[in-house]
Design a protein around this ligand. Structure first.
Ligand SMILES: [Zn+2]
Length: 357
C-alpha cells in the first residue's frame, strides 16, 4: 500500500507535505511522489499517448533499487551541521569510526611497506576514485538530465532537485514532464493565477491511470490555495476522480475516502489561509454526497527533517523565501499556526480529506 502525493511542480509536495511524508516513512509506509508539470516546451507537440509510446511519459525512479543512479546526489544531502537529525552520526563518532577503519586497514596491509587508507566518508583519499562517481550504478536517463542541467535548462535543474528530494525522503518519484503553464502560453501573474483556459484541460485520464496503477491507500492533491493555474488543474483531477464512481462511466474504484487535499505552502501562508470556504468556488465540482473534513498531521518531530529536505531546492528558495533561513522561519511559522488551529501544542500540516456521506 502506498501514499501517493501529486505535485503540480517539482518542490510543491516537499513544501506542503514534507512533514507527513517523513512521519509516514518512519512508520514504514511507502510514499510515491507524482510530479505533473515538470517538463518544458521542447516536447510540447506530443500528445500524452505519443509521449507514453515514445517512453517519455511515465518515467519512474525507484530509489530503493540498483537502477537508481546516485551519481548526482551528494553523500550528505540536506544535512546541516546545526540541526543534526537523530539518525545521523555525530562528528566525533565518525572520527572514531574512521580511526577504527584506518587501524583495520593497517592490520590488513601489515605485510606491505605501505597501506591503503580506508575512507568512511564519500571523499577521495590519495587519488582513489569515489565509488559514487564511477559509472557502475544504474543508468536511468539521469545522464540526459545532468547534461540538460549543464546547458542551463531550468526545468532539468528542477527535476534534479526533485530526484534528490525523493532520495532524501526515501520516496519513489514519477515525473510526468507535462509542460509547465509558462510553456503552455500563460503569461504574467494575471494569467498564471487566473482561471485555466478552455483549451487547456486538466490531465484527468493520464493522472487517473498513473495513480490507479500505484493502487494507493491515500492520494494527496493540492487544494489550489494561491490560485496557480497548474495547481488548480491538478486539484480538478482529484475532484474529477472523486466524481468518477457517480458518473455513467465504466465502474472503477471509489476514490472518495482515498482522495485528500493539501494546503499549498507557501501560498497558504502568504494568503493567511484558515478555512476551506476561503477557497471560493474551488471545490464547486465536489459531488453533493461527499464532504471534506480537516485532518491535522502532528509534525513536531519531523519539522527539522522537513526543513532539511527543503534546502535541496536551492534554485527555488531565493525566489520563494529569500533564502534558507527565511524558508525555515516560514515553515516553522506556518506549522505553528496550523497546529494552533487544530488545537495542538506543536507544529502541524493540515489535510482536507474527502468523505462519502
Ligand atoms: Zn507549484
Amino acid at each position: 500500500m502506498t501514499h501517493v502525493f501529486v505535485g503540480p511542480h517539482p518542490d510543491d509536495v516537499a513544501l506542503s507535505c514534507g512533514g507527513l511524508i517523513a512521519s509516514l516513512r518512519e512508520l514504514g509506509q511507502n510514499v510515491a511522489i507524482l510530479t505533473v508539470f515538470s517538463g518544458n516546451g521542447a516536447t510540447d507537440g506530443l500528445t500524452p499517448y505519443q509521449r507514453e509510446a515514445l517512453g517519455f511519459g511515465s518515467k519512474a525512479l525507484w530509489p530503493v533499487t540498483e537502477a537508481f543512479n546516485r551519481a548526482n546526489i551528494p553523500n550528505d544531502v540536506g544535512i546541516r551541521d546545526e540541526a543534526t537529525p537523530p539518525w545521523a552520526a555525530s562528528a566525533d563518532r565518525l572520527d572514531a569510526t574512521q580511526a577504527d577503519a584506518d587501524a583495520a586497514a593497517k592490520r590488513f596491509w601489515q605485510r606491505s611497506s605501505w597501506y591503503r587508507r580506508a575512507s568512511i566518508h564519500n571523499e577521495s583519499l590519495a587519488g582513489q576514485p569515489v565509488i559514487d562517481q564511477l559509472p557502475t550504478q544504474g543508468a536511468v536517463m539521469t545522464i540526459e538530465l545532468t547534461e540538460a542541467e549543464a546547458a542551463a535548462d531550468a526545468m532539468a535543474t528542477r527535476r534534479l532537485e526533485e530526484e534528490r528530494y525523493a532520495y532524501f525522503a526515501e520516496a519513489s518519484l514519477i515525473l510526468l514532464d507535462l509542460p509547465d503553464a509558462v510553456f503552455r502560453g500563460y503569461e504574467g501573474d494575471a494569467e498564471l493565477l487566473g482561471s485555466p483556459r478552455e483549451d487547456d484541460p486538466a490531465p484527468v485520464a493520464l493522472l487517473r491511470r498513473e495513480i490507479a496503477r500505484l493502487e494507493p491507500q491515500k492520494v494527496y492533491f493540492p487544494l489550489g490555495v494561491g490560485g496557480h493555474v497548474d495547481h488548480q488543474l491538478v486539484r480538478n483531477v482529484g475532484l474529477a476522480m472523486i466524481g468518477d464512481a457517480r458518473r455513467w462511466v465504466m465502474p472503477g474504484p471509489e476514490w472518495a475516502g482515498i482522495v485528500s487535499f493539501y494546503e499549498d505552502f507557501p501560498y497558504a501562508w502568504w494568503n493567511d489561509f484558515r478555512a476551506i470556504d476561503e477557497l471560493g468556488d474551488g471545490l464547486r465540482e465536489l459531488p453533493y454526497d461527499v464532504s471534506i473534513v480537516p485532518e491535522y498531521a502532528d509534525i513536531g518531530d519531523q519539522l527539522e527533517r522537513k526543513i532539511n529536505g527543503l534546502t535541496i531546492y536551492a534554485s527555488q528558495l531565493p525566489r520563494l523565501f529569500g533564502g534558507p533561513r527565511e524558508m525555515a522561519d516560514a515553515v516553522r511559522g506556518y506549522g505553528r499556526k496550523i497546529g494552533a488551529l487544530g488545537g495542538l501544542t506543536g507544529h502541524a500540516e493540515r489535510y482536507w480529506s474527502s468523505l462519502s456521506l
